[in-house]
Design a protein around this ligand. Structure first.
Ligand code: PLP
Length: 362
């Protein structure tokens, strides 16, 4: 029997009564779009993160797109970001006609290297967008200081880091805007697509709320260009049910990651560092390995699934490589060849973890 890469079934079994009750309630009241669960979830997520405003949206990608639209990003504008991330981070920049300017990553955390950002700022720079990769926030104080010095808004792509902490504050409430994803495999996932935008800025929040519903300020009054970007009521109901054991799940992920760390310190396996002033929620548990293809094949034959987050930096992807230098981020280039993610779920048993580690070190 193969070990699940992410065990969503075990999570469902643990929360089945709450999830079903929440979904049934929506089926009974029938307000599938913008029903009461949308506001209830936004209120709970605001309280959880400490941000003044939470706007739920159709996905993490939509959260990033709506945020950039709310900031008024225009064709030709430059956005400083990392190439070592899921494609959505760059996709939304390019969709608006803006240009991603890639900054290399730190070799130990795989997050954007804050020390390399300032050299990439030009007159055309209109925002900085960091990614809290694998569930760990980047050097936010340093990045916010650069953003402040140059009067730029700062967006945290927190699709992988909802629940993580940085110097005691929650991810999503660390910069001008925080964007997260409730994709099913994320630490806090729904049963389809979903996402949320967080901000403490009143006018940005208003813009995001209007853009989410086709730029509408009142019914059929479209004061800005928008999108159809709402999160379904049923998906909000699922997240509300999952919030009940979310803190326990984070603690489990951190306990399991700590055990991976301890078991894997020997040998040729490289570990991703987590800085002492922050926590990771381990959206992925990723290690650095030599000869990845052969190792993945061997593990797969032993019933152990693995994944690669991410095999090619975005500045080398066919759709994006013409936009920016493709060889200006050598660390991302090298790291992309070595990363491999192992099974990680709050319900992963010690027995299965031993099997994974045993096969990895064999
Ligand atoms: C770093 C990052 N940004 C953005 C996204 C996009 O989120 P979604 O899949 O909800 O659109 C993801 C999710 O895969 C992600 O990992």
């Amino acid at each position: 029997m193969s070990i699940p890469f992410i065990d969503l079934k075990a999570q469902y079994r643990a929360l089945q009564p709450q999830i079903q009750e929440r979904i049934n309630r929506v089926l009974e009241h029938g307000q599938y779009i913008m029903g009461p669960e949308v506001k209830e979830l936004e209120d709970k997520l605001q309280a959880y993160t400490g941000a003044k405003h939470c706007i739920t949206v159709a996905s993490g990608t939509e959260a990033l797109l709506i945020s950039l639209m709310a900031l008024g990003i225009q064709p030709g504008d430059e956005i400083i970001t990392t190439p070592f991330t899921f494609v959505a981070t760059t996709e939304v920049i390019v969709l608006l006609g803006a240009k991603p300017v890639f900054v290399d990553i730190e070799p130990d955390t795989c997050n954007i290297d804050a020390r390399k950002i300032e050299a990439k700022i030009t007159k055309k720079t209109k925002a900085i967008m960091s990614v809290s990769l694998y569930g760990q926030v980047a050097d936010m104080d340093e990045i916010n200081a650069i953003a402040k010095k140059h009067n730029l808004p700062m967006i945290e792509d927190a699709a992988q880091s909802f629940g993580a902490e940085y110097k005691g504050k929650k991810s999503c409430n660390l910069s001008t805007i925080g964007c997260t994803s409730f994709f099913p495999s994320k630490p806090l996932g729904c049963y389809g697509d979903g996402g949320a935008i967080f901000t403490n800025d009143e006018s940005i929040a208003l813009a995001c709320r209007e853009i989410r519903v086709h730029g509408q300020s009142q019914r059929y009054v479209h004061t800005r260009v928008g999108v159809g970007g709402r999160m379904d009521t049923i998906q909000c109901a699922v997240v509300l049910a999952k919030l009940e054991r979310f803190d326990w799940e984070i603690a489990q992920r951190q306990r399991i990651a700590q055990r991976y760390h301890e078991l894997l310190t020997a040998g040729e396996i490289g570990l991703v560092s987590v800085r002492p002033d922050r926590t990771s929620v381990y959206a992925q548990y990723t290690v650095l390995v030599p000869d990845r293809d052969a190792l993945q094949k061997r593990l797969s034959e032993a019933g152990i699934p693995t994944a690669v987050h991410y095999p090619v930096p975005l500045n080398e992807q066919p759709a994006y490589k013409h936009l920016c230098c493709s060889d200006c981020t050598p660390i991302a280039q090298q790291i992309a060849k070595r990363v491999m993610s192992l099974p990680m779920s709050p319900d992963l048993s010690a027995e299965d973890q031993d099997k994974i580690v045993g096969a990895l070190l064999a």
